[in-house]
Design a protein around this ligand. Structure first.
Ligand SMILES: *Cc1c(COP(=O)(O)O)cnc(C)c1O
Length: 395
């Protein structure tokens, strides 16, 4: 199969680029996709089953259920765990939109809590405790950027209140807490394989991770109109679950093939991301205008970080982003507006400005810099020099 040409980006430092990686990865991807073409099953087939086994092994999950996106994985996980109308789920005010919208899509209500100021951008246990009520069923910690939220505090809090822990571990492949992979510290979690994620497909794909047999079985039913439990094997007793109305959230085998090829390089990619993140930190420390660099929060247990996003807090964030963009340097604002202040959630009661001071401060100051295995040291230097020039008033 010929190497497809992936369009080269013109700007000196795109926010995300994988042209180089794909050139060398292509023969391996082609071996996996040839397998797909030979079998002629393009959705929910054997490649998908192979990926599920590979990721169950990588993460240590008892069950890995492949679906169409990280967002679908969240909705399906919530529903499989029994969350529905009348239930409340505590969600951080600072996250990607899907952390809250998945709760709404499951028919439940997201109730927001603030994040810590430790540097993990994760749920603050005391803030969670303050919003737990009669209808609260679960806590949904989100693991953002490079490390897990404080899972010791959050799982202990959930246990005390009899709540489930469901993790939005969409960004957290490779991150572990005391040896346990993200997503497996409570009832279940998810992975997103959106192209820019640490393990990214060439399109949308996601996965539910769980050690719970019943949740896995229900997730399998929900992703495929209630028809099959697992990708190829039928689960005995599936008729017990009739009456569940599911959706079509099957994964494409071509995406599974791409992901299997990339999975073989994941550890190398993670090491390279770390090297680049360390280089950014060494270069940017002490730069005027930079309020905070990523920091790994000390934990009572071993916590393995992964540099998925390199996130700065800076003065005059939007001006800096525009300055970088004008010089061909891509950045992203993770996340520009706290979830409770987005139009579909804001209200006269709790979800109004001033109620989530840490999330609100973060959303005004944070900026993600380009970080991916193909980024070169020269590009990294260009980014850092352009940031220094901006704050030094050199244009
Ligand atoms: C990427 C992401 C998702 C959703 O994943 P998609 O595959 O894009 O649907 C959910 N939550 C968080 C925190 C994410 O970063």
């Amino acid at each position: 199969m010929p190497i497809p040409s992936i369009q080269h980006q013109d700007p000196p430092v795109p926010f995300f680029d994988q042209t180089e990686s794909f050139t060398s990865l292509w023969p391996l991807i082609a071996r996996h996709t040839d397998d797909v073409f030979d079998r002629g099953k393009f959705s929910h087939g054997r490649k998908v089953a192979e990926l599920e086994r590979a990721l169950a092994e990588y993460t240590g999950a008892k069950h890995a259920v492949a679906v169409n996106s990280g967002t679908d994985a969240l909705v399906i996980l919530l529903r499989a765990a029994g969350i529905g109308p009348g239930d409340e789920v505590v969600v951080p005010a600072f996250s990607f939109f899907a952390s809250a919208s998945s709760v709404s899509m499951a028919g439940a209500t997201p109730v927001f809590a603030d994040i810590t100021t430790d540097g993990d951008y994760g749920l603050d246990a005391a803030s969670v405790e303050a919003v737990i009520g009669e209808r609260t069923r679960a806590v949904l910690p989100v693991h953002l950027f490079s490390q897990l939220a404080d899972m010791t505090a959050l799982t202990e809090l959930a246990r005390r209140h009899g709540l489930m822990v469901l993790e939005d571990s969409a960004e957290a492949i490779g991150m572990r807490w005391d040896g346990t992979h993200a997503g497996l510290l409570g009832t279940g979690g998810v992975l997103s394989f959106f192209p820019t994620k640490t393990l990214g497909a060439l399109g949308d794909a996601g996965m539910v991770l769980t050690n719970d047999d019943e949740v896995a079985e229900k997730a399998g039913v929900l992703r495929h109109h209630g028809r099959m439990g697992k990708t190829i094997d039928h689960i005995a007793g599936i008729s017990n679950l009739s009456g569940v109305s599911g959706t079509n959230s099957k994964m494409d085998d071509v995406q599974a093939a791409v992901l299997l090829a990339k999975l073989s390089r994941l550890d190398r990619d993670i090491a390279r991301r770390r090297e680049l993140a360390d280089a950014y930190t060494a270069r940017l420390r002490g730069t005027d205008g930079v309020l905070a660099l990523p920091r790994t929060v000390p934990r009572p247990v071993r916590a393995d970080p992964v540099s998925y996003v390199y996130l700065l807090e800076v003065e005059r964030r939007d001006e800096l982003a525009a300055h970088l963009a004008a010089r061909g340097i891509g950045t992203e604002t993770y996340y520009p507006r706290p979830l409770p202040l987005q139009p579909c959630y804001t209200d006269e009661g709790r979800n109004r400005p001033g109620r989530f001071p840490h999330a609100e401060a973060a959303s005004e100051r944070t900026l993600a810099l380009p970080l991916y295995p193909d980024l070169t040291e020269e590009q990294l230097e260009t980014v850092c020099a352009t940031i220094s020039d901006f704050y030094a008033g050199r244009r």
